[in-house]
Design a protein around this ligand. Structure first.
Ligand code: SF4
Ligand code: SF4
Length: 376
């Protein structure tokens, strides 16, 4: 059996949804776009990264000859209970580990045929532009929502790539180019609540809730209400996509639903986690690496947005947390809450709060409650 056929077979056995093969020529279109956006100040230096490295695969792995691109669908069938407070990719156990070990299997297979072959595995955090590579390998087209869309399977899948010095004939991509399957549709642009999709295929990362809910530190007050009651991520520009409407779930999958579904406990429990409780509950999830504070901060925003007076006491308790970012977001949440003691609790902690940003949050929360009072 030739190497390509064997790799396809191995990928299928490992539960990957798609596999394709691309050449390593530079991604010149992406290089131009990234350079222009950087020059025009639309992206920061850290978001742009090393543009030359990201767009020239042979700089990532000298002597590279091919890219093996893989995709794994994470949309579990609807009948399986899922935690809808999380973006779909986080509803299954950490894809980084699963995808990395599967790509390692493919690398081992190549090496068993070509012992001198060298590899670079790229899963999410590596320099390679995985979506551009996957499109080149014929796995789908990059839509106006910036997701890779397989017309038959939608866009709920994670991508990984293996750059290799082994020469593997590329697949012929005759179907797909940027936005080629979108036509007149603009549902994703209309659905984006923050205007992060500012033009077809252009996302302003700093306005994107997917990024905002994962980053560490303070969340700009402008975006807090858009998070609604979602604990993690945002799928709105994907959930409205007609290509996803037709997909009811993928199988076979790398994830075993009975073992790999992530179900988080109620907010109350999340807020009570200490470091070891967090580790125990979250270790195998894609959220884990961001840390406890990020999830607890988001949990406070959920409480703020649900405006249930019964949550008042829980938020007040978080005002004396040791972490300023938690105290500050608890203050904001309390400022949204109709509990009759909310203002009294905020005034009490304001007296001894030493952190400048938290004091500011408390003052804003008090102003917000006064406004509510005035409006009846
Ligand atoms: Fe907008 Fe959410 Fe899509 Fe980000 S993930 S572009 S915030 S709809
Ligand atoms: Fe393209 Fe419409 Fe899907 Fe957006 S919602 S990616 S425009 S098909």
């Amino acid at each position: 059996m030739d190497l390509k056929t064997k790799l396809r077979q191995e990928a299928q056995e490992a539960g990957l949804t798609r596999i394709g093969f691309a050449g390593i020529q530079p991604f010149t279109r992406e290089e131009e776009i990234l350079t222009r956006r950087l020059q025009e100040g639309q992206i920061t230096l850290s978001a742009a990264g090393d543009i030359l490295l990201r767009t020239h695969p042979e700089k990532i792995l000298p002597g590279a000859k091919s890219i093996v691109c893989v995709g794994a669908c994470y949309r579990l069938p609807d009948e399986i209970p899922q935690d809808n407070r999380l973006a779909r990719y986080a509803q299954v156990t950490d894809y980084h580990k699963v995808l990395f070990s599967t790509l390692q299997r493919l690398a081992d297979l190549i090496q068993s045929r070509m012992p001198e072959a060298k590899h670079w595995i790229n899963v999410d955090t590596g320099p390679l532009l995985e979506r551009a590579a996957a499109q080149r390998a014929g796995l789908g087209f990059v839509g106006k929502n910036c997701s890779l869309i397989d017309p038959e399977r939608g866009s709920y899948w994670v991508l990984g790539a293996l750059i290799t010095t082994a020469p593997i004939p590329p697949d012929e991509n005759i179907h797909f180019d940027y936005g080629s399957g979108c036509g007149d549709c603009s549902a994703c642009l209309k659905a984006c609540p923050t205007g992060a999709l500012e033009a077809p295929g252009v996302v302003r990362v700093e306005r994107c809730l997917s990024y905002i809910t994962q980053k560490r530190g303070w969340i700009d007050s402008v975006y807090r209400r858009y998070i609604r009651e979602d604990l993690w991520g945002c799928d709105r520009c994907q959930s409205v996509c007609p290509y996803n409407a037709a997909v009811k779930g993928c199988a076979p999958s790398m994830w075993n639903p009975s073992r790999d579904c992530v179900m988080l406990p109620e907010i109350e429990v999340i807020l009570e986690w200490d470091a070891s409780g967090y580790r125990k509950a979250m270790e195998n999830t894609a959220l884990f690496w961001r840390g406890r504070t990020v999830l607890q901060r988001n949990a406070l925003l959920v409480l703020g947005n649900r405006k249930n007076p019964e949550d008042g006491v829980k938020m007040a308790a978080m005002l004396s947390d040791s972490r300023p970012v938690i105290r500050g977001h608890a203050a904001w949440a309390l400022g949204q809450n109709p509990h009759p003691d909310a203002a009294r609790w905020l005034k009490a902690v304001k007296e001894y709060e030493s952190d400048r940003q938290v004091r500011l949050e408390i003052q804003r929360a008090l102003t917000s409650l006064e406004r509510e009072d005035l409006n009846g």
